[in-house]
Write a protein that binds this ligand. Structure first.
Ligand code: CTP
Length: 406
């Protein structure tokens, strides 16, 4: 999916070892369909060459405000007039200080100051040694830059080029790409707190065996990402899946339905929207063995008996908070046939205003899906599409419902 098609991004590089990651970032931006104009400070040129960035961005790199090849000799103005966003990655402590003070003694800082502040958002991806990152001067400058309207992205924590370990690493290229994509999504859930369950659950039979199902978690993870892109504060309670967490989403890993219920109960009082996408196992072994069940050679099979798991969605939806206007609950239904009738019956049984139906075997593990939104007035289809596009449509639909009920 060309997520940044038609977007013109100015990618600024300042001096820092993280410049090596900016080459990959540039490649990802181009692959996502963006037009990328690279601007480098002379310090950045110490870490990566403009030739590399030119080859990756497919455009000459802007380096100096004194470059007479620019027809009007005003590169600092021209660079941002067509831009949809400027991203400085890496953004050094020195450059943050410049931004905070409005200094403009090189092309990049001059360009940042001369950009139309209301039309062209400025994002900065700081990168520096952990002591520099936590220094009060840096903190003060960052606060100032944020107050002046820049989006200050986070930093990673871990090993640093200097050999120390801590906060201050530049975010990974994929995370920066995701942040840029998120920037362009409408903030329809700003101020909302969204709790999502996703993936299968695993119910142990003994220490090495259990029952689970084919849910991949992809739809729930896409919904968590879409909700965060829409400005919400998102917590994702995930069953055992190997998917990477969407950037900026708080993830809680659980295994069984009982663990998932507990994780949800602990957090739901804080949430304003609960979206239950998890394929929770309906039953668990009545008594899981604490030792591996062995064959005894007689050909006899173990006698397993099951008990029903708690219904997490129904428990939440039918609680006082679920019944109040403070929490909007959304359920999912994986069906194999009669989708609309089954989904409508399930919606009433669970006691939720909105239930999203899909055909289980057609979606589990796939990258695309089709959804049927069922509410008290009937059904509305979201046609087959990739899961992230569908998730964004669903989030927009939920936002409309929340706004309509006031
Ligand atoms: N759900 C839940 N806890 C359970 C079972 C289901 O929270 N123990 C939630 C799912 O996350 C989903 C919805 O309820 O949002 C529907 O789940 P599904 O398994 O499709 O429906 P069931 O109620 O189990 O009904 P059936 O298996 O009979 O189709």
């Amino acid at each position: 999916m060309k997520e940044l098609a038609g977007k013109h991004i100015v990618l600024g590089l300042t001096g820092g070892i993280a410049c090596y990651k900016s080459a990959e970032l540039c490649r990802l931006l181009i692959k996502a369909g963006a037009v990328v104009q690279v601007v480098m400070t002379s310090a950045a040129e110490q870490f990566i060459t403009p030739i590399t960035m030119q080859a990756l961005s497919q455009r000459p790199v802007a380096l100096s405000q004194w470059d007479a090849r620019e027809a009007n000799n005003m590169a600092h103005i021209n660079l941002t007039r067509q831009a949809d966003a400027c991203l400085i990655a890496p953004c050094s402590a020195d450059f943050i200080a410049k931004l905070a003070q409005g200094r403009a003694d090189d092309l990049l800082s001059l360009m940042c100051l001369a950009r139309p502040i209301d039309k062209v958002p400025l994002l900065i991806a700081p990168a520096m040694n952990r002591e520099m990152w936590s220094h009060p001067t840096t903190r003060r400058h960052l606060a100032q830059v944020a107050q002046d309207g820049a989006v200050v992205l986070g930093v990673g924590c871990g090993e640093q080029a200097c050999g120390e370990s801590g906060d201050g690493r530049m975010l990974e290229p994929q995370e920066l790409l995701d942040e840029l994509i998120a920037l362009f999504q409408p903030k329809v859930l700003a101020g909302q707190k969204v709790l999502v369950t996703a993936g299968p659950t695993y119910e142990a039979i003994d220490p090495v065996r259990g029952i689970t199902n084919l849910s991949s978690g992809k739809m729930g993870f896409a919904i968590a990402r879409a909700a965060r892109e829409a400005g919400a504060d998102v917590t994702l309670v995930a069953g055992p899946v190997s998917l990477a967490s969407p950037y900026g989403v708080q993830r809680v890993n659980v295994r069984s339905a009982s663990d998932m219920l507990q994780a949800v109960i602990q957090r739901v009082d804080d949430a304003s929207i609960f979206i239950a996408t998890a394929a929770v196992a309906d039953w668990r072994a009545a008594q899981a063995s604490d030792q591996k069940i062995k064959k005894d050679g007689s050909g006899q099979t173990p006698q397993l008996s099951f008990v029903e798991n708690p219904d997490i969605l129904a428990t939440v939806a039918q609680s006082p908070r679920g019944q109040s206007r403070a929490l909007f609950c959304v359920g999912f239904a994986a069906e194999s046939h009669d989708l609309q009738a089954n989904a409508q019956a399930k919606r009433l049984r669970k006691g939720v205003p909105l239930l999203v139906g899909n055909i289980g075997p057609a979606t589990f593990g796939q990258d695309d899906n089709a959804l049927l939104l069922v509410d008290e007035s009937g059904a509305h289809e979201l046609a087959r599409d990739d899961k992230l596009t569908l998730a964004r449509k669903l989030i927009a639909n939920i936002a409309d419902r929340i706004q309509a009920r006031g």
